[in-house]
Each structure stands twice: as structure tokens, then as C-alpha cells.
Design a protein around this ligand. Structure first.
Ligand SMILES: [Zn+2]
Ligand SMILES: [Zn+2]
Length: 243
């Protein structure tokens, strides 16, 4: 059962997308394994219901960097499994403590149909908790994560949460956007959300030269799709913003 927990899809160019099809759709996020010449990168880590690391095909002795796009449960449950943990300083304290109000683990615990299949024997959602995973290094706007043949630039994209980041492989035109933007309903009404900052982030995405966007949920987007979503967001929130 555990072997089948994560669904994998090879996206080409050394990128594998993993997801958790047995988790409620609200909490079923995309995780990415990006292989570089000198190092591998893992972006986001799922709910932590089943160990993630054994589900990745890793080369022994190769440097492995784990980057969390933001603090929410569906992205950081398995973060603690990795030795080198990067994230934005705005959420550093939360990664170290993993309190419910920041991770939203309590929402998952009380969600009807939290999982469609039990991750292990005698599992119950009431006992769900996330192990702390203090950052070993913080990353901010403009920082580069160098995999040898691929360089990913950190974009600070607040709005969904204060410390939301994207990872941008500029030469390939690929952006990993976390929950900042994806195909589906965007969330800007959490205690950690900020609509004014989200609007700035959306404008920035509209101006970004990018070809393929891998969001924290759903299928990959073309530049046109992403920009249409960003424009739609700006239109939908412009009335509120002028109040
Ligand atoms: Zn989120
Ligand atoms: Zn999410």
C-alpha cells in the first residue's frame, strides 16, 4: 500500500512530479524532484503521512537540497526527512515549531474524507501531526540554488502566505510556483494571507517571461494560462482593493 501512496509522473528534463492521490483534494499537493548534474532538488514534501524519501529515486552520495515553497501542511509534512532544508525567513519560526494555526494541520484533522485510503494500519486523522523541520538555511528574493547544470532563482511571492516563494529556472523558462498560482481556486483568505501583496505578486507574474509553470496543485500551466489566472485574480479583487 505504501509503495502506491505517491503517484509519479516524469515531466522530462530531469523533473519528476509526485502527488498524493489518496489525500482529500484540498490537501493533495504537487511535489517535485529536480535532478541536476551536481545536486538534486526536492520542492515540497506532501502531508508526511507516508515517508517520502524512499519514494524518490536518489543517487547515493549526491547532494540533496530540500526547499519548502511555504508552511502549509500539504507541502511540508515530509520536510523533516531531509538534512538540508531551505525556506523563506518570514516562515522560519513556523517550520521550527509547526503549530496548527500556521500549517493548517487542524483543518485536515477535522476534514470529512481526509484520506480515501488509510496510509497505514490503525491510522486516524485525529492523530495527524507534523514533525518540526527547522530550516538549515533561509533563502530570499534573488538567491540562486545551483544544481550544476540548472540554476533556480528564488522569487519571494507573498500573498497566499507571507513566506511563499517560487523557484525559477530562467534559462529553461520553468517556474515552480507553489500555492502562489495554479489551475484551481486560489486561497487568499487565510490568517497568513494578504490580498494587497497577492495583487503585487500577480502583477509580477504577468510581467514574468516564463514558458512552463508547475503549480503546487493541478496540472502544469503555459505562460498564457498562468497570466490569465493572474489577470482574473486582479480583476476579481480590484473592487475590494479600491474600497
Ligand atoms: Zn498553501
Ligand atoms: Zn497547497
Amino acid at each position: 500500500m505504501r509503495d502506491e501512496w505517491y503517484e509519479r509522473q516524469d515531466l522530462g528534463n530531469g523533473i519528476t512530479r509526485l502527488s498524493e492521490p489518496h489525500v482529500h483534494r484540498y490537501f493533495a499537493a504537487n511535489l517535485f524532484h529536480v535532478r541536476g548534474r551536481d545536486a538534486d532538488l526536492v520542492i515540497d514534501f506532501g502531508m508526511g503521512l507516508v515517508p517520502l524519501r524512499p519514494a524518490l529515486t536518489l543517487e547515493e552520495g549526491k547532494r540533496l537540497v530540500a526547499v519548502a515553497t511555504h508552511i502549509h501542511a500539504d507541502h511540508i509534512g515530509g520536510f523533516h526527512e531531509f538534512e538540508t532544508r531551505l525556506g523563506h525567513p518570514a516562515e522560519a519560526e513556523h517550520f521550527a515549531r509547526m503549530v496548527d494555526q500556521e500549517t493548517l494541520a487542524h483543518v485536515f484533522r477535522s476534514l470529512p474524507g481526509a484520506v480515501q485510503q488509510s496510509p497505514c494500519l490503525n491510522w486516524t486523522p485525529e492523530h495527524y501531526c507534523i514533525r518540526p523541520a527547522p530550516l538549515t538555511q533561509t533563502v530570499e528574493e534573488g538567491d540562486i540554488i545551483d544544481l550544476g547544470d540548472k540554476q533556480l532563482r528564488v522569487l519571494h511571492l507573498p500573498g497566499h502566505s507571507h513566506g511563499s516563494i517560487g523557484l525559477f529556472d530562467e534559462s529553461a523558462g520553468v517556474l515552480f510556483s507553489g500555492d502562489v498560482i495554479y489551475i484551481g481556486g486560489l486561497v487568499d483568505n487565510l490568517p497568513c494571507s494578504n490580498q494587497a501583496l497577492y495583487r503585487q505578486t500577480m502583477q509580477r507574474l504577468i510581467d514574468l517571461e516564463v514558458q512552463c509553470i508547475h503549480g503546487g496543485h493541478g496540472a502544469a500551466m503555459s505562460s498564457e494560462q498562468m497570466k490569465a489566472i493572474a489577470r482574473h485574480y486582479l480583476q476579481g479583487t480590484s473592487a475590494k482593493a479600491t474600497l
